[in-house]
Design a binder for this molecule. Structure first.
Ligand code: RRO
Length: 311
C-alpha cells in the first residue's frame, strides 16, 4: 500500500491532490465534482470578493502549446456563497476557502466575517491575483503584505495561509520568507500564475486573450520550473510549521513527485484540471504511485523535501 497523506494545522488530508483556486470551483456543481473526485484530498473555492463579480469581459482564457494564459479578472459569486458551501461540506474533508479582496479593508472585513462564522476549515488569502486592471499583485509589495498579515493575525485565529505570486530573485525569496516567518501561518501556496505574460495567435496575429491588452497569467507545463524553484526556495527558508501547497506545471504523476521532492505537502492542479476535468486526480494519483514504486517508496514522507543537488 502506498501512503499519500499530509497534514496542515490540525487537519489530515487523506490524499494530497486538490484543484488550484480558479479551476472547477466557481459553482456548487463544479465544487461537488472536486469533492467527490477519486484522488482529490481537498478542494479550494474560487477566490472570493465581498460581493459577486462578473470578472473581465471577452475571451479571458486560452490554452497554448505548453500551458494556458488567463485574465479572468476574479469572477466569483461572493464570499457568502463559498462560506455557505464550505460550512455545508466541512465535515466531509478539510476544505480551503480562498479570498482575494481588492483592498486591505476588503480582506480584513472578509476575515472578520469568516472568524465570526461556523467555518472551521482553512483560509487561503490570495495575495497574487495578476488580472484585476489597476490592482498590482500584493505579494510583490512586501510592506503591504506584512501590514495585512499584522492586522489579520491581530484577530483571526482560524488556520490561515497565503497564495503567493512566483518570485524570480534570490533576494526576493529571502525577503518574503523573512516576513512570512513572523506570523503563525498554517501554509503558503506557491505559485499563482506567472503574471502579465503575452501569447500571440499565429493565425490572426492577435493577442490570445482580450482583457488588459492581452496580458495574462500563464500556467501549466511552462510554469513547472518556476513552481519547483519557488517551492524549494520557500521550503528552505520557512519555519517548518508553515506547510507548503505546491502549484504549477502538473501534467503527470512525475510532476507531482517533483513538487513533493522540492518540499510540497499538498499539490494543486490548475491548467490540466481545466483541460481534462476532475478525473485527472485519479490518473495523477496512480501515476504518482507508479513513480514511487519505481523508487521503492511507500510513503510520500520517504522523499518529501529530499531533493539532492549536484556538487
Ligand atoms: O481570476 C483571475 O483572473 C485569476 C486569479 Br483571482 C488568480 O489568483 N490567478 C489567476 O491566474 N487568475
Amino acid at each position: 500500500m502506498t501512503s499519500m497523506t499530509a497534514s496542515i494545522a490540525n487537519f489530515t488530508f487523506n490524499d494530497i491532490l486538490l484543484n488550484a483556486a480558479g479551476v472547477y470551483c466557481q459553482t456548487d456543481e463544479e465544487l461537488d465534482q472536486i469533492l467527490k473526485a477519486d484522488g482529490a484530498g481537498s478542494l479550494v473555492t474560487k477566490s472570493a470578493t465581498p460581493i459577486e463579480r462578473a470578472g473581465n469581459p471577452g475571451v479571458r482564457y486560452a490554452d497554448m502549446p505548453l500551458g494556458s494564459i488567463n485574465s479572468m479578472g476574479l469572477p466569483n459569486l461572493g464570499l457568502d456563497y463559498y462560506l455557505d458551501y464550505t460550512i455545508k461540506h466541512q465535515s466531509e474533508k478539510p476544505l480551503f476557502l480562498s479570498i482575494a479582496g481588492l483592498s486591505k479593508a476588503d480582506n480584513l472585513n472578509m476575515l472578520k466575517e469568516i472568524q465570526a462564522s461556523d467555518f472551521n476549515g482553512l483560509v487561503e488569502l490570495n495575495l497574487s491575483c495578476p488580472n484585476v486592471p489597476g490592482k498590482p499583485q500584493t505579494g510583490y509589495d512586501f510592506e503591504t503584505t506584512a501590514q495585512i498579515l499584522e492586522e489579520a493575525f491581530a484577530f483571526f485565529d482560524k488556520p490561515l495561509g497565503v497564495k503567493l505570486p512566483p518570485y524570480f530573485d534570490i533576494a526576493h525569496f529571502d525577503m518574503i520568507a523573512k516576513i512570512l516567518n513572523q506570523f503563525p501561518l498554517a501554509f503558503v501556496n506557491t505559485i499563482n500564475s506567472i503574471g502579465n505574460a503575452m501569447m500571440v495567435d499565429p493565425e490572426t496575429d492577435t493577442a490570445m486573450i482580450a482583457p488588459k491588452g492581452g496580458f495574462g497569467g500563464i500556467g501549466g507545463a511552462i510554469a513547472k520550473p518556476t513552481a519547483l524553484a519557488n517551492v524549494r526556495a520557500l521550503r528552505q527558508r520557512l519555519n517548518p510549521e508553515i506547510k507548503i501547497i505546491g502549484t504549477g506545471g502538473v501534467k503527470t504523476g512525475r510532476d507531482v513527485y517533483d513538487l513533493i521532492l522540492c518540499g510540497a505537502d499538498l499539490v494543486s492542479v490548475g491548467t490540466t484540471l481545466h483541460q481534462e476535468g476532475p478525473q485527472v486526480f485519479g490518473r495523477l494519483k496512480q501515476e504518482l504511485a507508479d513513480e514511487m514504486s519505481k523508487k521503492n517508496y511507500t510513503d510520500v514522507t520517504d522523499f518529501r523535501g529530499q531533493l539532492q543537488t549536484l556538487a
